[in-house]
Design a binder for this molecule. Structure first.
Ligand code: RAM
Length: 350
């Protein structure tokens, strides 16, 4: 009897385990546990400044593509066009580990490079759009249109508007904007390479409106006061374009302007003849392409190397090519000319 009790006591734990198995308990069954739903990727767009209407249009396209992708878009940008403010944002996003990709329009290519390198080291995919960062601080760049073409067509436009003769002012955005500086270098090259054509044409030294309406208007007034024989003003900034238009509309269109403007804002000046024609591309498409590129980089579909091909939703296939700064880029298309013939159609879009 004693032996039987000892035997039963030894068996007891095993019997308890068996009983709990039968009851279903915590022991695994044949039905696999439901997998946790994968978290959607988060892609941030850091713009030059948060109220610039061009930047808002870029975000419109960026967010639309995120929706198609199933990603979460984040809109970031400083209240002033400074690299320091953008660095603070990048560092905050990296510290919080809250985003999978960053697309940035640079206020200063050099200053941003270290923090963007740190972001990439933390596993975040980084690309620039609109205004590029140095190749070392990005995986690729979204190029709106050939910088050479943009620079050349703007000078050629001003040349025709003044009949090949006279003074032309130039109001840029900020001093360190990579995109405007690149376009200006091509404007100067166009003149340098065609001395005969431009022999009676004088491009005045660059003034900076800082993408600020008041500062840009002040620059336009200064040009008008200092150069009574001024023929035209070029401004490769949407903020500058509207500000210059507002200054010039108060006078007869003896001084005209051209540049890169939003059709929705510049249409009245095209109709009044103050802006005979201007150029731009679709800023919504730039944001849209950046979002799809961020996704392709994040998922590893592309690495940003020359020869990579990506599928960008309604824009179809795009190619990664070499860029003039030695990095790589993905081109959107050609600059579009807006004049009295097509402005009515485009002013409704952007
Ligand atoms: C301004 C910005 C932007 C530029 C456009 C044309 O709003 O500086 O970078 O691409 O103009």
């Amino acid at each position: 009897m004693r032996n039987f009790i000892r035997y039963a006591v030894r068996l007891l734990p095993w019997l308890l385990v068996l009983a709990s198995c039968r009851g279903g308990g915590a022991v695994p069954t044949d039905t696999p546990a439901p997998k946790p739903t994968p978290k959607p990727p988060v892609y941030a767009l850091i713009v030059k400044e948060k109220t610039n209407p061009y930047m808002l249009k870029m975000y419109e396209g960026f967010a639309a593509a995120c929706e198609e992708i199933g990603a979460v878009p984040v809109f970031e940008g400083p209240g002033a066009y400074t690299a320091d403010a953008q660095i603070e944002i990048i560092e905050r996003l990296v510290d919080a580990r809250s985003v999978d990709a960053i697309a940035i329009a640079a206020n200063d290519a050099d200053a941003l490079e270290p923090s963007l390198r740190a972001a990439m080291n933390a596993g975040i995919s980084v690309l620039s759009l609109d205004s590029s960062v140095n190749p070392g601080g990005r995986m690729t760049h979204i190029q709106q249109a050939s910088p050479e073409l943009i620079g050349r067509v703007l000078i050629q436009a001003a040349w025709s508007m003044v009949g090949g003769r006279g003074k032309v002012g130039l109001i840029s955005s900020t001093l360190y904007a990579t995109n405007q500086n690149l376009w200006i270098s091509w404007m100067l090259k166009e003149i340098e390479e065609n001395p005969l054509k431009y022999k009676d044409f004088e491009l005045l030294p660059v003034l900076y409106g800082d993408d600020d309406p008041d500062k840009s208007a002040e620059a336009a007034l200064l040009l008008l006061e200092t150069h009574r024989d001024l023929g035209a003003i070029i401004t490769p900034s949407v903020v500058g374009m509207l500000a210059v238009g507002r200054v010039l509309e108060a006078r007869p269109p003896d001084v005209v302007f051209t540049g890169l403007g939003l059709p929705s804002e510049i249409a009245p000046f095209i109709r009044s003849g103050h802006c005979p024609w201007m150029y731009l591309w679709n800023p919504i498409d730039i944001g849209y392409l950046a979002s799809w590129s961020a996704h392709a980089l994040h998922t590893g579909a592309i690495t940003g190397a020359v020869g990579d091909i990506l599928t960008a939703g309604r824009l179809g296939q795009r190619f990664v090519t070499v860029s003039a700064d030695g990095g790589t880029e993905i081109l959107l298309g050609d600059p579009v000319k807006f004049d009295s013939g097509n402005i009515g159609e485009w002013e409704l879009v952007y």
